[in-house]
Ligand binder design. Structure first.
Ligand code: ZN
Length: 258
């Protein structure tokens, strides 16, 4: 099931998406929140009539670095023996169609297409065999990075945590085997990144075991699983799109911060 969060007439709700053709998609409004057992209301609205929001409002976004060997190599880094994580704050999250605001303190902002895992239940110290039970679903993410700032500052809070640096969406797909999906990114229609989730160094199980050893994960938290090779610069005016097989396309435009 594809679950979107959206606003219509000032109200925010979740809905299940029906249909296949982009311009014929309809939302069946969900009663309550989708993290527990929920019912569909049967009240339907066309997706074209609503504004899609980030599909979840995470308490935290945990991102893993250098999880595709070819990407680690292109930036001159070793593949880490163990997964290593950093945070993107909740204030960095934007939704499909929202604007990425180019930060004033960087001159080299990069795109990073990533598969995002959405957590469905509160959990800690998740054993490998239970990982699938704590996953709600999957969405597309763009781990927008001020590469120049990342190189000169030891902690990446500013480089990877600035406002609008975490586009998520367009919705969460709950029925998906994430093991071997095509992940691709275009800028103004030109392909920049292409990889498969099967190329991850550390699996989704590894990543969730690793981070949940340290901290409690909450429903709606998001885990970014690393980016394949092909990262590169974004400029003001660019339209950047992340497409993951079985999920959909997350498109955002880059603007100057006003
Ligand atoms: Zn990343």
């Amino acid at each position: 099931m594809r679950i979107a969060r959206f606003s219509i007439d000032g109200n925010v709700a979740f809905g299940a998406i029906e249909g296949e053709k982009q311009d014929e998609l309809v939302l069946d409004i969900i009663k309550g929140i989708p993290f527990a057992d929920f019912e569909l209301s049967g009240t339907k609205v066309p997706v074209g009539k609503v504004r899609l929001l980030p599909p979840v409002l995470p308490n935290k976004v945990v991102a893993f670095g250098r999880n595709y060997a070819e990407h680690a190599k292109e930036l001159g880094n070793e593949v880490p023996q163990a997964p290593f994580a950093f945070f993107k704050p909740s204030t960095s999250v934007i939704g499909p169609g929202d604007e990425i605001q180019y930060p004033s303190f960087s001159e080299e902002v990069h795109h990073e297409a990533e598969l995002a895992v959405v957590i469905g239940r509160m959990c800690r110290e998740v054993p490998r065999e239970r990982v699938k039970d704590v996953i709600f679903g999957y969405t597309c993410a763009n781990d927008i990075t001020a590469r120049d700032v990342q190189k000169r500052e030891k902690q990446w809070a500013r480089a990877k945590g600035f406002d609008t640096s975490c586009p998520l969406g367009p919705w969460v797909e709950t029925d998906l085997d994430p093991g071997d999906l095509t992940i691709q990114l275009t800028v103004n229609g030109q392909q920049r990144q292409l990889g498969r989730t099967s190329e991850m160094v550390h699996s989704i199980e590894d990543l969730i075991v690793n981070i949940s050893e340290a901290m409690t994960l909450l429903p709606g938290d998001v885990i970014l699983t690393g980016t394949p090779a092909g990262v590169g610069p974004l400029n003001v005016g660019d339209e950047v799109a992340v497409t993951i097989e079985g999920i959909g396309t997350l498109t955002n435009k880059v603007v100057k911060r006003g």
